[in-house]
Design a protein. Sequence first.
Lengths: 342, 399, 164
Amino acid sequence: MTTLALDIGWGTTTAIKTLIVLMIIPAGALILGYTFLLKMMSHMQSRLGPMDPGGFHGWFQLVGDGIKFLQKEDIMPAEADRRVFAMAPAVVVISTFLIFLVIPAGPRLVVRDLDVGVFYALAVSSLSVVGVLMAGWASANKFALLGALRAAAQLIAYELPLLLAVVGVVIQAGTMNLQGIISAQQNGSIFGFGGLGNPYILTQFVGFFLFLIAAQAELTQTPFDMPVAESELVAGYMVEYTGFRFLFFFIGEFGTAFAFAALAATLYLGGWSIPGVHGGIADWLGPIVLMVKLMAVAFLMFWARFTYPRLREDQLQAIAWKYLIPIGLLNIVVTAIIKVAV
Amino acid sequence: MRVVSNEMTSTETPGFEIDPGALRHLADAQMNVELDTGDMILNLGPQHPATHGTLRLVVRLDGERVVAADPVIGYMHRGYEKLSEFRTYPQITTLINRIDWLSSFANEVPFVHAAETLMGIEAPPRAEWIRTILTELSRIATIYLFLGEMGLQVGALTPAFWGFRDREHVLNLIEGATGGRFHPNFNRIGGLKDDLPWGWIADCRDAMKRILDGCDDFEDVLVGNEIFEARTRGIGIIPGELGALYGVSGANLRASGVDWDLRRDGKPYLAYPELDFKVWTHSDGDSFARYWVRLQETRESARMVLQLLDGLPSGPIMAKVPRIIKVPEGEAWVETENPLGQMGYYVVSKGATGPFRVKIRSASFSNVSILPWLLQGVYVPDVITILGSLYFILGDIDR
Amino acid sequence: MALKKKLPGVISGLGVTFRTMMEGAVTVQYPHEKEDPPPRARGVIALKEENCTACMLCGRSCPDWCIYIEGHKELAPPRREGGKPRSVNILDRFDIDYGLCMYCGICVEVCPFDALFWSPEYEYSEPRISDLLHDKTKLGEWMDSVPEPEPLELGAEPPKAKKS
């Protein structure tokens, strides 16, 4: 945190940072949801999307949807396990929140700059699997359970390519600390030319590709949205959820998309940094730069989401285990060899 | 009529009583016994996003595989054959538009032909050519929508909207000529109600060009897409002879390699004998083949419309018919190649202003009859793909 | 144009969606913008009362029986001096229930006196379904929106003059 004139204790600082992050998650979810889900998808489908709510191109639509969800009746199925049913959306949102603790938005704008930043981020993102399983089980609904089991299998399978892609970056940067990875990209050079820094997307393009695919599967987005597009049958593990509990799931989904896009921007595009810009101005420019890079990555993710049909469960598992993991391992080997040799 | 498969009879659909408190124990019992999954009966109920209407599919699942499937139809039965007993021929023409509501003009044609056969009248050439143009336009309207919404069934959200977007041009054309987008009610015994308005032919050419471009888009986004191919290749293979035995018709049968098209092979009707067109077939018989055949058929229809516009003869639009039409006694059977398959009308007349009995042979009714055989042993997501690729319309099944 | 198979389908699919996004939307923002239906569009039926002789042909030929006609006969003065008074039909009630009407157009076609016309007006929805019963006066008002008969395409026979 920037040093202020007052001396506020650690507790207050953490509380303020936590509050800021708690506000960023829905804001980020809203921005991503509006830009990509409402507007980009609509234009790809040759239509306009919401135009009336809020007057200017319907920017209020998602906020209005949020308010609508909040004022709905809270229905719980009679057979449901009440406590687990109530806790499941909270688990999903908490795991999203925990990822944001390590993502830096500026040289000093990070809640906690952990030394094992990347490892921690991926570890807590897996907590959402527990939330999904809790939701499916506690709903006392056969279809919800089927959806949850499919989701669990898919999410666990795609953790590995995600990890393997990131290991390549870690090897190249030499550290798991996110600020360290960013400064390695900012201060690096490509064949001696330091103007662009060394964004790892150039050397780790295989890893970037793997990361995007694995992130798409982690977010259960098309082409990997079989757990949710049980809307072929019913609505997957979220079927019994209404009102604000469903809102939590929705925020969790788009918040996690925001988090993964931020993570990808940090690991591969250099995060908040612009090569050559150091010092005080980076505190103000950092968040804006991160936002721009994040939206670029999110654009790719959502572009794929709206174009492709969905894969069947067995096909998606085959892709993860038979193709992505070997490619990830190969990527690590090649990176390690080049890092040691060069 | 419900097709009853060997294993599941109508009494096996869930009619048993379960005490609600026992439900939880039942669910627990299922999950606690390891590796012992009993069969689960799943109701793809009448209200469902994937069944194109009010089709109910009762499937018995073993884990993810379908053991038996039983389509339950009749939720949309509107009694057309009974209604026809008490209506005159022009009134029936307005009703039967609504059997297959996407290709509504094509429903009227065989009926009016049957009536004209009984009366011994032939419509003038210009009327027959315009009928052909409008039939092909309805074919394009229907199948173009299929191209988009098949993507929706397998998960691609975007092509469905393109299907609706370009179809608007065709519907505007039909509205410009007949006055109704969906229910043209344009055929009369002896010809057509009106001639085409000024400027229609030029608009039609533009629309056809747009359709052809749209088909190219679908080819890029869906047909060439590896994910789409993985979802549809090898799924729901209908062997040609078996399909013919079940009465499957139209593009479904042509995708199984059977080279049969009533426009070319049946009794000559409308302007088809004078047209030069290709009948597309595919040898695989799976869902991909059905999609591919329909894509090519759309393009072929667009080209046929352009041919028809070039060669449109001039002349009267209506033959000489008496003011009050009384169709002489007799029976007539006319079948045509409708967009969904083979449609036929068997009209029995006893000399009155309305028919004595009309029997409607609709394409989707027979297409759906193959479902119990076809759905055995497939995964649940594949059920959706197969339902989408057979492309039935509920109004056509239930009439 | 369809791309040749140089690119794998997953890539060319992305190209199509991107291009569609750039091309702009086709949405017509009703009610701020409206599209004009073609002149032949079957929006609403208009009644020209002076032509109607209450012959009941339209009411009988309607498949839904949604036309309600009542009329009575009156004696009108003879055409020439010394002739018989002739009876004419006077139209009392002519209602069309648009809640039942299926817009088939049979009534417009069978009318021998050209008293019914199609109009492309479509914005007459009502909050109460009973207000969808349009009476003689309202049907007469729709006559203002009836378009002129339009010219036909090349090769068509010129329309025969109908008796009015």
